[in-house]
Write a protein that binds this ligand. Structure first.
Ligand code: DAH
Length: 339
């Protein structure tokens, strides 16, 4: 008899079930009113005296084991159900995660920021809604200055003093007002101009402004910095500076990089010249330094400004600037592999 009980004990220990019915059948089989345990207990009186102790211990063992098994199986089942409520069916194949992609404007902006941060430039930002002082007057463009017409401005109707910034040069004014030299900063951001929208121009686009102010900064420093930039950015070190005019710099220059004429695309991009215009630059006009609270007798510096959109179009061979703001996923998806 004791052997039978021991056998049951192993069976009880081995038993598993994954639904309530089976657990309940198991419970009834051992612990129910007409269950095996009651039969065994009833048998107790027939056991010879010297075996009673062992017999009693074994049935008690069986009883505890059966009880524990029922409780453990029930708890396990409950846990599983709770998990299922939280996660659903855990064995189901997952839904694939769609990887996002960076916008080409962000890709190019990050590249530019990275290149200049390697030579000690920090990043500064300013508001897109500006006042006349920071966008024009402080930059040596007083009221009625003819060069104000170079950039068609969106004014905020209720206040002619407030406008959407036409360039990120406004950020250099804010930066100089709040920081003394040495200054090395680049300011990426969105700018607005009241222009007809076409494949080549938009009423908003993006620029990066650069500013370097310190004692004894010369035009040679500017040229060297720009050459470092074009080498890192485009892998092209040949640049040329053409005299130009900006009210906030004197002298001013337009920067071209020699792209080459190796492929048909090179011909198209450079209109057959091999040269590509990439930015405007110059030595910060002493009036601007003065306007921003920096002593032009002590300090000098250079500034430059470039269009991010234009560079993005060039580098990624995008034929229409409007694609950059249409949010067409078929277009945006193509930049998945670029960081
Ligand atoms: N602000 C000019 C523009 O929007 C770009 C520019 C040219 C910025 C020369 C500069 C600079 O800082 O020195 O066309």
């Amino acid at each position: 008899m004791i052997e039978t009980i021991k056998e049951h004990l192993t069976q009880v220990e081995k038993f598993t079930a994954d639904n309530l019915n089976d657990i309940e059948d198991f419970r009834i089989k051992y612990l129910g009113k007409k269950g095996l345990l009651n039969d065994f207990f009833a048998e107790f009186k027939n056991v010879p005296g010297d075996q009673k102790k062992e017999f009693g211990q074994t049935i008690n063992q069986l009883k505890t084991a059966a009880l524990e098994k029922v409780n453990a199986l029930k708890a396990e089942l409950e846990n599983k159900q709770q998990e299922a409520n939280i996660y659903g069916d855990l064995t189901r194949p997952g839904t694939p995660l769609e990887l996002g992609s960076r916008h080409p404007i962000s890709i190019v902006k990050n590249q530019i920021v990275d290149i200049f941060s390697r030579i000690g430039f920090n990043v500064s930002e300013g508001p897109e809604m500006e006042d006349d002082w920071h966008n024009f007057t402080a930059l040596n463009l007083p009221e009625y200055h003819p060069a104000r017409d170079m950039q068609d401005t969106f004014f905020i109707q209720t206040d002619p003093d407030i406008l959407l910034r036409t360039h990120t040069s406004s950020v250099q004014v804010r930066y100089m007002e709040n920081n003394q030299p040495p200054i090395r900063t680049i300011s990426p951001g969105r700018v607005y101009r009241n222009e007809a929208i076409s494949a080549r121009s938009h009423c908003f686009f993006h620029q990066v402004e650069g500013l370097y102010i310190d004692k004894g900064v010369s035009f040679a420093d500017l040229k060297q910095t720009l050459q470092y930039f074009t080498t890192e950015m485009f892998g092209k070190s040949r640049i040329r500076l053409r005299p130009s005019y900006f009210p906030f710099t004197e002298p001013s220059a337009e920067v071209d990089v020699y792209w080459g004429l190796e492929t048909e695309t090179d011909y198209k991009m450079t209109k057959g010249t091999g040269w590509l215009e990439i930015m405007g630059c110059g030595m910060v006009d002493p009036n601007v330094l003065q306007n921003c609270g920096i002593d032009p007798n002590e300090y000098s510096g250079f500034a430059f400004g470039m269009g991010i959109d234009r560079i993005a179009l060039l580098l990624h061979q995008i034929s229409d600037i409007r694609m950059l703001s249409e949010n067409d996923v078929r277009f945006l998806k193509q930049f998945k592999s670029v960081l």
